[in-house]
Design a protein around this ligand. Sequence first.
Ligand SMILES: Nc1nc2c(ncn2[C@@H]2O[C@H](COP(=O)(O)OP(=O)(O)OP(=O)(O)O)[C@@H](O)[C@H]2O)c(=O)[nH]1
Ligand SMILES: [Mg+2]
Length: 451
Amino acid sequence: MLTDVIAALSTPPGRSAIALIRVSGTGAHDVAASVLPSFTVDPPRSTRLSRVVDPRTGERLDEALYVVYRGPESYTGEDMVEVSTHGGVLVPAEVLAALFAAGSRAATPGEFTRRALANGKLDLLQAEAVGDLTAATAPAQRRAALGQLDRGLSRLIGGLRERVLELEALCCYDIDFPEEDSGPIPVERIDAAIAALQHSITLLLDTAAEGERLQEGAICVIAGRPNVGKSSLFNALLGRDRAIVTDVPGTTRDAIEAHATCDGFPFRLIDTAGLRESDDQVEQAGIEVSHKYLSAADVVLLCVEAGSGLSTSERDFLTNAGAPVVVVRTKADLLSGGSPGQSYGEEAILVSAYEGTGLATLRRKLAAFAFSSLGSRGDIEPLITRERHRIALEQAHREIVAFADARAAGLDGVVAGTHLRAAVTALDDVIGVVSTEDVLARVFATFCVGK
Ligand SMILES: Nc1nc2c(ncn2[C@@H]2O[C@H](COP(=O)(O)OP(=O)(O)OP(=O)(O)O)[C@@H](O)[C@H]2O)c(=O)[nH]1
Ligand SMILES: [Mg+2]
């Protein structure tokens, strides 16, 4: 692992009041001292004001605040300096160039966090949580990321790992001391430990579907006949006019996607072409796209105009849908008195995109449908949010099953024990005890420089 001095802008470029530049590595203090004439290390972790100069010319570039960290007490675990310069396009770029001239180089994406990982300041799950927190758009994502950053998931998986090791120890004891006074370990005790472990891993795996959905946003497809008000509802849920609305049936031709937060949970809302038989080639293509999205949906909003009955095709839709369907009665403002119309099983949600009525109820319902188990579990319990976690846990589970099978088949304890070793390795992979370059590259692929 390189420990040379890296520097990067940690705030987005562009006009802003302040920009933060990070410098880290062996010699980071010397680099910073070249551009900050009044630089002192002691006491570390306190804020000081200094002129910032170009070391090549001595020209003043800015007046900035800086904080010095002495490794290992820093984010990366190395010597670090954070300089808060004035923002904008020019000053931060000039200060950064001065830092490069003083002997640092540009950090690669995620390099600060990678160093934190290499120096044991964070484990791989925490590094992922840093990325998740900065990418979060919905409060539920923030809560999950903070929990993971607090090592909630690391501790849970570390606990599972301990239990596999204990199981291995129990079996080794059986092999090494079969004639001990205390007698062999009762078979039931080992069987119970295996069953309990499998159960715990399964419970964690059960969080994967909604955990991964939390990461990506739940796919919510808005469907229904042409002109029922799908695009209007889509815009109302987004709070901006994203899709075209007209009174011409068949207005929306393609699927339109946008991110939205409903009741604190992330969604990918998809407005689609109205479902009907059409001779129009373009519209027909749009309808095919609608079907494709419907098959990938986590939840479907079936829009039916308030007051009108469900058609046969809508009833078919309800019975054949692969995802939970929320029936929405649209254009509630046009309903004068009468009944909103039957909803078949589900209580109808009456909405008006024009007046905004029913939208809050609808958002709550969407969150309850797409994140039912997360909602009921609360935020305390760790969950897995990535395919990477799921694949490794499935592997650990398979190895424990294979271990149980090998024992049942009367296989030699040492041979059976290799499955437990493999289970430990799989769990280690999740926490990132030893991570290969390709795993790291994938985890850090989405990081920006300066993180
Ligand atoms: N009164 C009233 N009219 C609405 C409401 N929502 C939509 N409309 C009207 O209904 C018509 C169709 O609205 P759209 O949102 O384009 O309907 P759509 O389902 O997306 O239609 P297609 O894309 O053609 O399938 C427009 O004239 C809208 O102004 C509503 O809440 N109240
Ligand atoms: Mg439309």
